[in-house]
Design a protein around this ligand. Structure first.
Ligand SMILES: Nc1nc2c(ncn2[C@@H]2O[C@H](COP(=O)(O)OP(=O)(O)OP(=O)(O)O)[C@@H](O)[C@H]2O)c(=O)[nH]1
Length: 602
């Protein structure tokens, strides 16, 4: 937690001010993280054997874990070796949750040896056979030459291997879309998800409403979700050739769910809820090229940093201004990103090669911040963003995912609907365990601190039926005739064995990001922890009697309305007017339902 994030809130720093930290990252090389965070122009070790000046001669040594595999060559393997290679591919795919990247022509230590054309062709043929055996497709991401002063040109080929989906288990990445009002968020989403360019007067945005009946079916949220699929060959699957979300899900191996968060300041609570509750894998911050950092941009940037959501930036509307204006906006962003409070490494993406590198480096280091410059009207550079989104790997590793799945079931309730002929439906995210149709769970805490029994009648992901829900996945669960009035956003549905604890008093280590005067005991704030959002009063500031902007402390809060289910370690954000703070829960004072009823006045 960095108290300097406070500089992004409350207008206490000059736009674009602050000393330059770190350096720009030049998009270079295949899959290499070696240049991450390195200052611009820093010389690489070793001989310049990589040929092209902007290609490093080495990749980092192959990691045992993860979904990246180096292969020097795959020419005519014996049957025994072929079987071994297939097993290895299954493992890499599992590590990447259905996606793996093969670097052909590279030694395990990362040395870029390269293959002559004939050997490369034979190797790719073997890779294709391996992929067929495991039910995957391959796509060449990029090829590059290495120059060893030999007469025969040698190449490295980077290949994406992606499993054809089975039983709804496509890879699902959630991207929260942030940005000032009118920066072009809905337009960009319209263009990406509908496949038709905008006319500069909101046509693409209107196209989204063509499917309003679907978007609105059962949804009352002010946050909207848009989906963009990629098939196993890496091709876009969207509404341009599919009629329904079900069709998109069926044909996709990977699904990007965009969470369109409101841009206007008055909807800040919705934006915060979207970021804390929907557990996005990353965020896309849209900045209009002609206005630069304006309105809520700085605040949205601060929120993503405070909540540690990795983000990339899209500078939109480049068709509206001169090249120099676009460059000025990019420079302004780079300056802010390098400020001590952000400490990011900007990486301008100007080619497909950059987009591939950006996706890989973004996944390896949360500090790398790719910047795209594009137009939703002319379509300029839109393809680079698609390449990036297609390749972007899951940002949590398979071990973390496995561990979460071993835990007891816990589902966060973010939305509640009543659907005709279905009954009560809740939308949210499974934060741990597995959830199947027919599971018996308990939901709570209710206002008087109880947990109520219910049965999961059916599950849908992206509006398609799904039998098993795994940790990290978002879904809607039908609860039959369970009384909707007993539910509220912020509840959890958990396995009865969990015996969930509830609290109305908790402590958190916080840093005050911005406060007009001083922050003391008795002050009331809206607290956001995951899907929990409630007013709480500051009961005590440990070892201090007041806090000023940028100061840290352990603070005791008391919820005013009803008890909540909180976990130690959970990230917390609070606000009231211009006052804002972040932190994490350090202690919860567990109470029983009886105590809750007594303390909360039931
Ligand atoms: N010329 C041009 N116009 C664009 C581009 N992107 C968006 N626009 C226009 O900008 C206007 C605002 O775009 P929106 O997509 O509604 O902006 P928004 O960020 O979603 O706004 P809120 O939902 O209100 O936060 C619309 O009239 C779009 O047609 C672009 O790349 N070039």
């Amino acid at each position: 937690m960095d108290s300097r994030v406070s500089e992004l809130f409350g207008g206490c720093c000059r736009p674009g001010g602050g000393p330059a930290m770190g350096g720009n990252l030049k998009a270079r090389g295949a899959g290499g993280s070696s240049s991450c965070g390195g200052p611009k122009g820093k010389k690489k070790n070793g001989r310049n054997r990589g040929g092209k000046a902007n290609n490093p001669p080495y990749l980092p040594p192959e990691a045992e874990d993860g979904n990246i595999e180096y292969k020097l060559k795959l020419v005519n393997p014996s049957q025994y070796r072929f079987e071994h290679l297939v097993t290895q591919m299954k493992w890499r795919l599992q590590e990447g949750r259905g996606e793996a990247v093969y670097q052909i022509g590279v030694e395990d230590n990362g040395l870029l040896v390269g293959l002559a054309e004939e050997e490369m062709r034979a190797s790719l043929k073997t890779l294709h056979r391996m992929a067929e055996k495991v039910g995957a497709d391959i796509t060449v991401l990029r090829e590059r030459e290495v120059d060893y002063d030999s007469d025969v040109p040698r190449k490295i080929t980077e290949v994406l291997v992606r499993k054809v989906p089975d039983n709804q288990q496509f890879l699902d990445l959630r991207v929260a879309v942030l940005g000032n009002v009118d920066s072009g968020k809905s337009t960009l989403l319209g263009v990406l998800t509908q496949g038709e360019l905008d006319n500069g007067r909101g046509r693409a945005r209107l196209n989204l409403f063509r499917h309003l009946h679907e978007i609105q079916s059962g949804r009352t949220s002010s946050i909207s979700f848009e989906i963009l699929g990629f098939n196993s060959k890496g091709e876009v699957v969207n509404y341009s050739d599919s009629r329904t979300a079900e069709e998109i899900c069926e044909s996709s191996s990977k699904m990007i769910t965009f969470i369109d968060l409101a841009g206007h300041h008055k909807y800040l609570h919705t934006t915060i809820f979207g970021l804390t509750s929907y557990c996005p894998d990353c965020a896309l911050l849209l900045v209009s090229a002609n206005t630069g950092i304006a309105g809520t941009t700085r605040e949205h940037l601060g929120l993503a940093l405070a909540l540690k959501v990795p983000f990339f930036i899209v500078v939109s509307k480049v068709d509206l201004c001169a090249k120099t204006t676009v460059e000025r906006t990019v420079r302004q962003l780079e300056r802010v990103l390098k400020q001590p409070g952000c400490h990011k490494v900007p990486m301008l993406v100007t080619s497909e090669d950059d987009a591939v590198t950006a996706a890989q480096q973004f996944a390896q280091s949360p500090n790398v911040t790719p910047i795209f410059t594009l137009s939703s009207v002319s379509g300029e550079s839109l393809d680079l963003l698609k390449v990036f989104l297609n390749i972007l790997p899951p940002l949590t590793n398979s071990k973390e995912q496995e561990e979460l799945m071993q835990q007891l079931t816990e589902f966060q309730v973010d939305e509640i609907y009543t659907v005709p002929e279905v009954g009560t439906v809740v939308g949210g995210t499974l934060s741990s365990g597995i959830c199947r149709e027919g599971d018996q769970l308990v939901v709570g805490p209710t206002d008087d601190g109880c947990f109520l029994e219910l049965r999961v009648c059916s599950i849908q992901r992206n509006r398609s039926a799904c039998r098993v829900l795994r940790a990290g996945q978002a879904a809607t669960l039908a609860l039959g005739d369970f009384d909707r009035a007993l539910l509220r956003k912020g509840m959890v549905m958990v396995s009865p064995e969990m015996n969930p604890t509830i609290c109305s008093v908790f402590e958190a280590e916080i840093v005050l990001l911005f406060h007009a005067t001083t922050f003391r005991r008795g002050f009331q704030v809206t607290v956001h922890v995951g899907n929990v959002r409630q007013t709480a009063v500051v009961e005590k500031i440990h070892a201090k009697d007041k806090l000023r902007t940028g100061e840290k402390a352990v603070v005791r809060f008391r919820f005013l309305k009803h008890p909540e289910y909180l976990k130690v370690g959970a990230k917390l954000l609070f606000r009231e007017g211009v006052t804002k703070g972040i932190g994490h829960v350090t202690d919860v004072q567990a109470i029983t339902a009886g105590e809750a009823q007594a303390t909360m006045g039931f």
